[in-house]
Design a protein around this ligand. Sequence first.
Ligand code: S3P
Length: 191
Amino acid sequence: MAVALVGLPGAGKSAVGRRLGQRLQLPFIDTDHVIERRIGCTIRDYFERHGEAAFRDVEQAVIAELASTRDAIVATGGGAVLREANRHCLVGNFHVLYLRSSPEDLFRRLRHDVKRPLLQVADPLGRLHELHGVRDPLYREVAHAIVETGRPPISTLVNMILSQLELAGVVQLPPQADILVEPDEPASSDD
Ligand code: S3P
């Protein structure tokens, strides 16, 4: 079964997803990258030219197409849960992990971000609080499990998630996947 990662921007979806894919020897798919290939420009430019609703339409189409994907790790954009159709699709077709962080931790990671249109405002921390308030219940609604990503390094999170996924019978670790020791990386800002 495919695993989908949901959570606010900066929660670690891409960094964690990429590592999970490596450890499980499964493809890693980032819906934002699929969308950017499709629209032929950056998400930020697309927002500016066509508005958020047009972006959400492309996002919804991409998520619907990925519903038939088996055995992959899929990182979704932070706003994917806003549409009911996406929530329905995620719950029904993926094992969904909510990567949860406080707005303060997210702000610490994203304070220099220029890529995310929704955070290019005078008060990004305030915006993160607002987004958290609206979206936290939606992430919880679709999540099969919640992972706190505030403090632990990525490698610790990945190990925790792998054990949980294996216990839940969602994945099987490939031989030797559990003895890999990898250098740590800071929580990436491109998630
Ligand atoms: C968005 C989050 C972004 C991207 C777009 C909109 C959002 O993805 O899909 O900028 O609404 O929170 P990340 O969560 O990967 O930053």
